[in-house]
Design a protein around this ligand. Structure first.
Ligand SMILES: [Fe+2]
Ligand SMILES: [Fe+2]
Length: 247
């Protein structure tokens, strides 16, 4: 595993945040806010939140489920299976909304430019997950959670709190989040209908990416978080998953 300054543990990106300003000079790495004034940063974050929440972000990698054919679900899923798969994919979509907000918040007060790049690079990769989950929800004739603005705001605040706690704890928060997401996605691979190959393909790729994100955080010096913090994170995650399945 590579160390910071060389695109640590995440796939090489083009040095830009595709959901904010399009592109940034190569010398700026992948940090889209470096050199901006506080007002510029605030406007950038608002713009980013709007793009994430209105579904206008685009994946940079092909959908692991492949090209959609309308008859796929007609032949593979019963109405009950379709409803259940939609609930699970809505939970995953909310998780990716939270991931976007968390990483942006974690980068906000991070003073280490290389670690900030790690956070922005991971966030850029999570955009793919966000777009794939949204596509699958559309295919399942369902939609995202109505509470997404609340999830985004709460997660961004949480990310900012982590970034204030210092680099080790900030990375520790990233590692623990990814670990819990990985376990959660494992559970979904058990729960999803066996015939829902499209959702399953997306979840498998997401899980592989989350493992890579956790490895990245650990390699770069993530602290182990205190047990009560981990427990609180699990509790909040449980509230989110139960709510998002229905709403
Ligand atoms: Fe993700
Ligand atoms: Fe991740």
């Amino acid at each position: 595993m590579q160390m910071v300054g060389s695109s640590v543990g995440v796939r090489p990106r083009t040095g830009s945040d595709p959901t904010v300003n399009g592109s940034a000079p190569a010398s700026m790495g992948s940090d889209p806010v470096r050199g901006l004034t506080p007002i510029d940063k605030l406007l950038s974050e608002i713009g980013r939140a709007v793009q994430v929440l209105d579904g206008s972000v685009h994946a940079s990698r092909p959908n692991p489920a492949g090209k959609y054919r309308p008859d796929d679900d007609a032949t593979a899923l019963t109405p009950e299976e379709q409803r259940h798969a939609a609930g699970l994919m809505r939970v995953n979509h909310v998780g990716e909304i939270c991931a976007q907000a968390l990483y942006r918040g974690q980068a906000m007060f991070c003073r280490d430019a290389a670690i900030r790049d790690v956070l922005y690079d991971a966030a850029a990769e999570e955009v793919d997950h966000l777009a794939w989950c949204r596509q699958r929800l559309d295919e399942l004739r369902s939609g995202p959670s109505l509470l997404n603005p609340l999830w985004y705001a709460g997660s961004f605040a949480l990310g900012m709190a982590a970034s204030r706690a210092g680099t080790g704890k900030n990375l520790g928060f990233m590692a623990e989040t990814e670990r819990q997401v990985e376990q959660h996605l494992d559970g979904h691979l058990t729960d999803l209908p066996k015939t829902d190959e499209r959702s399953r393909s997306i979840v498998v790729q997401m899980r592989d990416d989350e493992i890579e994100h956790r490895n990245t955080a650990e390699t770069n010096g993530a602290d182990v978080l205190p047990a009560p913090i981990k427990l609180a994170m699990r509790f909040m995650s449980k509230v989110m998953t139960v709510t998002a399945y229905r709403l």
